[in-house]
Write a protein that binds this ligand. Structure first.
Ligand SMILES: NC(=O)C1=CN([C@@H]2O[C@H](COP(=O)(O)OP(=O)(O)OC[C@H]3O[C@@H](n4cnc5c(N)ncnc54)[C@H](OP(=O)(O)O)[C@@H]3O)[C@@H](O)[C@H]2O)C=CC1
Ligand SMILES: N[C@@H](CC=O)C(=O)O
Length: 391
């Protein structure tokens, strides 16, 4: 089976390394024919090119691996490959999250596979497991830690006292972060992943715009010291819940007591949990970012195409669900700077305390709808507001 790789950065080179170095007989059937790079001065291998049509229009190439990132030209290249009868494997959650339904439909029409396991949870066989669970069960909830960079940052701030920017730089050096790391720390990367996860889990199309998203950019050392004293740990979490024909999704920092599994997810690891109607709760754990774990997920998809395993998973996005932001609720820790914000918060809590030079409260139980309306009001005057929901 001949493979063309679009993009030769962290993940593209991981795919190359896994396929080139494996002695496994199944893998001997996989051959990397061509690699697209952007800059001709960076050509280091005979099969590298800067001309995309040398891959997309090559009738001998069976599978296109898209690991360039971004929306354009990734969208156009994926569509062109699918329409010319090539299977496509992508790790690019930005483009998959926006065009999942269209790519899936186009792949079906051209009788090829479109697989994107690496777009969520790095090396964890998580999307595959969702598809497998759905062969029997309805899924009512999915949640988890799906961003390796933010987990790496929080873990190292908690355990080793690192400063935010210092540890972010290390995550970038290790190849975990997106080219624009604000996607990781502001929750955008995990929002895209949640779109993919929930669309698949609930057989519908969940749009990024329907997911309230807040990241970890404003977390401070004093917040962390306070959480440590309370024996709780902070994680950036994506959650989607379905109840009959209603759904609710959100991405926000969540506080877990230290004895939970989530609190103990370290470094660049991810964990995904789902609840199925007969299987109950299942959890999947592994490295959520990095060259080889992500490369591994891509090669697994290629093998599914080679063995036609991808055809075992028919899936549709045809359920009509309504957004109901009352389905997820919890108490919140809120840290704010302005004395006047107490007025906005007076109906949700009355127990204020000082956190160094800031103020903080723990709220009563709030739904996502209530908490969103509160945070919208607060952010008019607060620039470094930080909040987290208690699990
Ligand atoms: N890193 C990780 O752990 C994970 C990444 N992903 C996803 O995988 C994808 C790739 O990520 P990653 O490998 O980390 O990113 P990198 O930035 O390391 O690699 C992307 C590569 O694609 C090249 N590229 C971009 N646009 C073009 C183009 N138009 N033509 C040719 N080459 C192009 C870049 O070239 P140049 O250097 O010249 O800009 C770069 O070498 C992204 O979508 C990311 O979200 C998914 C899971 C984990
Ligand atoms: N930047 C992402 C890479 C994998 O999806 C992350 O940190 O999780």
């Amino acid at each position: 089976m001949k493979i063309g790789i679009l993009g030769f950065g962290t993940v593209g080179s991981g795919v190359y390394e896994i396929i080139s170095n494996s002695g496994n007989c199944l893998m001997k059937n996989l051959e990397i024919s061509k690699i697209l790079i952007r800059d001709k001065n960076k050509i280091t291998l005979d099969n590298m090119t800067i001309e995309p049509n040398e891959l997309l229009c090559d009738d001998n190439i069976d599978v296109i691996v898209e690991v360039m990132g971004g929306i354009h030209p990734a969208y156009e290249y994926i569509m062109k490959a699918l329409k010319s009868g090539k299977h496509v494997v992508s790790a690019n959650k930005a483009v998959v999250s926006k065009y999942l339904e269209e790519f899936t439909q186009t792949a079906k029409e051209h009788n090829v596979g479109f697989l994107y396991e690496a777009s969520v949870g790095g090396g964890i066989p998580w999307l595959k497991s969702i598809k497998q669970v759905k062969r029997i069960d309805e899924i009512s909830q999915v949640y988890g830690i799906f961003n390796g960079t933010s987990n790496f940052i929080l873990y190292n701030m908690f355990e080793k006292g690192y400063d935010f920017n210092e540890i972010l730089k290390l995550a970038q050096d290790k190849g975990y972060a997106e080219s624009d790391p604000s996607a990781d720390i502001d929750g955008i990367d995990i929002q895209r992943k949640l779109t993919i996860i929930s669309s698949l889990a609930f057989d519908t199309v969940i749009k990024e715009e329907s997911i309230p998203t807040f990241g970890i950019r404003h977390v401070t050392k004093s917040d962390i010291n306070y959480f440590k004293k309370q024996n709780i740990t902070l994680k950036l979490v994506a959650t989607s819940v379905k109840n009959n024909n209603d759904y609710c999704s959100c991405v926000e920092p969540v506080l877990f007591t230290n004895n939970t599994i989530e609190a103990n997810v370290s470094e660049n690891f991810n964990i995904g949990s789902l609840t199925g109607s007969s299987i109950g709760e299942l959890k999947f754990y592994g490295q959520g970012a990095g060259k080889l774990p992500t490369g591994n997920a891509i090669v697994q998809d290629i093998i599914d195409i080679y063995t036609e395993g991808y055809q075992n998973y028919p899936y549709y996005f045809d359920k009509k669900l309504s957004l109901n932001q009352n389905l997820i609720k919890g108490k919140y820790f809120i840290r704010f700077s302005n004395e006047q914000s107490k007025e906005v918060l007076k109906d949700v809590a009355n127990d204020y305390f000082k956190l160094d030079s800031s103020h903080a409260i723990i709220t009563n139980e709030l739904t996502i709808k209530e908490s969103q309306s509160l945070f919208e009001k607060l952010s008019k005057s607060e620039t470094n507001l930080f909040y987290a929901r208690y699990n």
